[in-house]
Design a protein around this ligand. Structure first.
Ligand SMILES: C[S@@+](CC[C@H](N)C(=O)[O-])C[C@H]1O[C@@H](n2cnc3c(N)ncnc32)[C@H](O)[C@@H]1O
Length: 266
């Protein structure tokens, strides 16, 4: 999995919403979780979220991502190497946990539940968490409709199109998973002529080329419907809700999953 993220780091500057959180999504974390005085754990090293909270520990398994995109440690903020399912953070020690797209980086429902358990374990009793979702529809989208929508100029960014293509081919419950290389194969089948796609949408060919890093990836993503994630989370939190993150392209499928009242395991 770290190889996959190392490859993505190479074109990080070409990425954009909805993969990277726009300002209105960053404001949603602050508004929903009241972070200004909080000790925050960030899952991953998403630079847009690095300024939130009073103090922050970011946890990422990829030292290349930490070196490549984390804005740098300060007296109040640091990034450490670690796995989210075995968080190198003491139990009941943090006010808030945040993360962007983390649940989609896990391909199995059992891994998602393990992440909810890990988050509940490190939060204080009054702690809260916010995870921006990449949530698929209950029924996969029709590929022909996605193609027509893109060619008519209805898709805001190439990155939104990547997610829409993935959401035509996501597997069944409980995992709702798709191998990342399958996203590239589906894209090639739907859009064999990249120059036509570029001409119709105005997207630069190097941006469209960011799909190519998916071709040899061993990673598996998941695009689980939001109601399923809410019910998975309710086993670990007494208070689970969904908050809109704004009006950018695909925002309706990228809400913030807000988790409060962590349940203590006996
Ligand atoms: C936060 S996620 C998603 C970021 C962004 N929103 C996107 O979709 O491209 C990406 C980061 O998570 C890290 N990551 C993925 N799975 C991880 C895991 N199980 N433990 C620790 N870090 C992980 C990767 O190394 C990468 O830096």
């Amino acid at each position: 999995m770290t190889d996959h993220w190392n490859a993505i780091r190479g074109h990080w500057q070409l990425l954009g919403p909805p993969l990277r959180p726009p300002a209105e999504a960053v404001e949603t974390y602050e508004r929903e979780l009241n972070l200004s005085n909080a000790h925050v754990v960030l899952l991953g090293v998403t630079p847009e979220l690095a300024g939130l909270g009073a103090t922050m520990t970011a946890v990422d398994e990829s030292s290349a991502m930490i070196a490549g995109i984390w804005p740098g440690d300060t007296a109040l903020r640091k990034a450490i190497n670690g796995h989210w399912l075995d968080l190198p953070i003491p139990n009941t020690s943090v006010d808030a946990v945040i993360g962007d797209g983390c649940l989609s980086a896990l391909g199995l429902s059992t891994e998602r539940k393990a992440l909810f358990a890990a988050i509940a374990g490190v939060l204080r009793t009054d702690g809260r968490a916010g995870l921006r979702l990449f949530a698929g529809p209950e029924t996969p989208d029709d590929p022909a409709e996605v193609r027509a929508f893109a060619l008519s100029g209805g898709v805001s960014t190439f990155h939104e199109l990547k997610w829409r293509v993935a959401m035509t081919a996501t597997g069944d419950a409980p995992d709702h998973a798709i191998p990342v290389r399958t996203i590239a194969e589906r894209f090639d089948a739907l859009f064999p002529d990249r120059e036509e796609l570029s001409a119709r949408t105005g997207w630069d060919l190097p941006v469209i080329g960011t799909i190519d890093v998916y071709r040899n990836s061993p990673a598996i993503y998941s695009f689980t419907p939001a109601p399923t994630l809410v019910s998975e989370a309710e086993a670990f939190f007494g208070d689970v809700r969904i908050a809109s993150t704004g009006g950018y392209g695909l925002a309706e499928r990228c809400p913030l999953l807000v988790l409060r009242a962590p349940r203590r395991r006996r």
